[in-house]
Write a protein that binds this ligand. Structure first.
Ligand code: NAD
Ligand code: TYD
Length: 339
C-alpha cells in the first residue's frame, strides 16, 4: 500500500504520518508539501531516513509536479491535509485560500482520476457547518447539517467538499470526507489558540483573547483525529462524510485559564482584544455515525491531552522558538499591534 499524504509537514498531517508509519510499518508513505510558512521540515526529521518514507516538496496546485509524482509512485490512496488553515489569515487575504484549498483539491483529484486510486480522502473541518448559538447546548452538527460558512477559510473548505462529492457522483471517484472539530497536540503552529497561549504565557507576554472569550470550540487530541482518518480510509464507505469530534466543548477563556494554571502563570496576562470579524460562536460535533459505523471513540481526555501538549511545548522549545523568531513575527506584529 502506497499513500500520498499532502500537507504532511504541517500540524495534523505530520501527526498522521507518524501514526501511519507506526501502525502500518509495511506501508509506503509519501509526503507532498509546499513548505509554506506553516510547513516545517524539521517536524519530519525523525522519519526522514526511513526506507518506506519519502518527502517531496511541491505545490498541490502544480499539475505537472503532481502528475509526475503519481507516475513515479502509483499511489493506492491520497489523504489531503494540504491547506491554508488559519481563519484570521483568510480574513486578511482570502485568495491563497481559494487557490490551495479549492484548485489544489481539484488538481489532486484529477491526478487520481487519470492514474487510478482506491481512495481519495479529503480532510475537511466542522467549520463548513457554520456555527451554533450559545443558548442551544442541545444542538450539534450532524452530517446532515446544511453547509453554511462564515469565513473565507471555511468557505474554501466547503467549496472543496462540494467538489469532492461532485467528482464522486460525476466520475465515480472513490472518495471519503472527514469533518473534524478543533485539534490540539504536538507540532501545532503557534498562531492557533492553544499553542499561541502556551508560547506567550511561557514568555510572560499578554494572552490576547478575542471579544469576551465566550466562543466555544470542541477540542480533540490530534492522535484521535489521526486514528479516525485511518479507520475511514480503510473501512469507511465511499461517497460518505464522517464527522469527527469528542464532545469536549470549552469556552476560549476557560482554555486560557487552564493553560495559565498548568504553567503557574498569573491570569493577569489575559488581555481582551477586538473580536475576530464574523467570529463563529460555537462548534459542536455529533460523532454518532463514525462511532456506530466504524467503532471510533476518542481515547484522550482533555485533562490528560492538555497536560501532554503543554509538556511537549516545554520539552520542544527550540521547535516553536525557531518559528516565532522567523517570518511569523511580522505576522504577529501586524495582527495584534493595534488590536
Ligand atoms: P497546517 O496549517 O498546520 O498545515 C498545512 C500544511 O499544508 C503545511 O505543511 C503547508 O506547508 C502545507 N501546504 C499549504 N499549502 C500547500 C500547497 N499549495 N501545496 C502543498 N502543501 C501545502 O494545517 P493543519 O492544522 O495541520 O490542518 C490540516 C488539515 O486539516 C487542513 O485541511 C485543515 O483544514 C484541516 N483541519 C484542521 C483542524 C485544526 O484544528 N487544525 C481541524 C479540522 C480540520
Ligand atoms: P483558532 O485556533 O484560530 O481556531 P478556529 O478559529 O479555526 O476555531 O481559534 C480558536 C478560538 O480561539 C477562536 O474562537 C478564536 C480564538 N482566539 C483568540 O481568542 N485569541 C487568539 O489569539 C487566537 C489565535 C484565537
Amino acid at each position: 500500500m502506497t499513500i500520498i499524504v499532502t500537507g504532511g509537514a504541517g500540524f495534523i498531517g505530520s501527526n498522521f504520518i507518524f501514526h501511519m508509519l507506526d501502525s502500518h510499518p509495511d506501508y509506503r508513505i509519501i509526503c507532498l508539501d509546499k513548505l509554506t510558512y506553516a510547513g516545517n521540515l524539521s517536524t519530519l526529521e525523525s522519519v526522514m531516513d526511513k526506507e518506506n518514507f519519502r518527502f517531496v516538496k511541491a505545490d498541490i496546485c502544480d499539475r505537472d509536479a503532481v502528475y509526475k509524482l503519481f507516475e513515479e509512485e502509483h499511489p493506492d490512496m491520497v489523504v489531503n491535509f494540504a491547506a491554508e488553515s488559519h481563519v484570521d489569515r483568510s480574513i486578511e487575504d482570502p485568495e491563497v485560500f481559494l487557490r490551495t484549498n479549492i484548485i489544489g483539491t481539484a488538481v489532486l483529484m484529477d491526478a487520481c482520476r487519470k492514474y487510478g486510486i482506491t481512495r481519495y480522502h479529503q480532510v475537511s473541518t466542522d467549520e463548513v457547518y457554520g456555527d451554533l448559538p450559545l443558548d442551544r447546548p442541545d444542538l450539534f452538527f450532524t452530517e446532515q447539517t446544511p453547509i453554511h460558512t462564515s469565513s473565507p477559510y471555511s468557505s474554501s473548505k466547503a467549496s472543496a467538499d462540494l467538489l469532492v462529492l461532485a467528482y464522486h457522483r460525476t466520475y465515480g471517484l472513490p472518495v471519503t470526507i472527514s469533518r473534524c472539530s478543533n485539534n490540539y497536540g504536538p507540532y501545532h503552529f503557534p498562531e492557533k489558540l492553544i499553542p499561541l497561549m502556551i508560547a506567550n504565557a511561557l514568555n510572560d507576554k499578554p494572552l490576547p483573547v478575542y471579544g469576551e472569550g465566550k466562543n466555544v470550540r470542541d477540542w480533540l487530541y490530534v492522535e484521535d483525529h489521526c486514528k479516525a482518518i485511518d479507520l475511514i480510509i480503510h473501512n469507511g464507505k465511499v461517497g460518505e462524510v464522517y464527522n469527527v469530534g469528542g464532545h469536549n466543548e470549552k469556552q476560549n477563556i476557560d482554555i486560557v485559564r487552564i493553560i495559565c494554571k498548568e504553567l503557574g502563570k498569573s491570569e493577569d496576562l489575559i488581555t481582551f482584544v477586538t473580536d475576530r470579524k464574523g467570529h463563529d460562536m460555537r462548534y459542536a460535533i455529533d460523532p454518532t455515525k463514525i462511532h456506530n459505523e466504524l467503532g471510533w471513540l476518542p481515547e484522550t481526555k482533555f485533562a490528560d491531552g492538555i497536560k501532554r501538549t503543554i509538556k511537549w511545548y516545554l520539552d520542544n522549545k527550540e521547535w516553536w522558538e525557531n518559528i516565532i523568531s522567523g517570518e511569523y513575527q511580522d505576522y504577529y506584529e501586524k495582527m495584534y499591534k493595534d488590536r
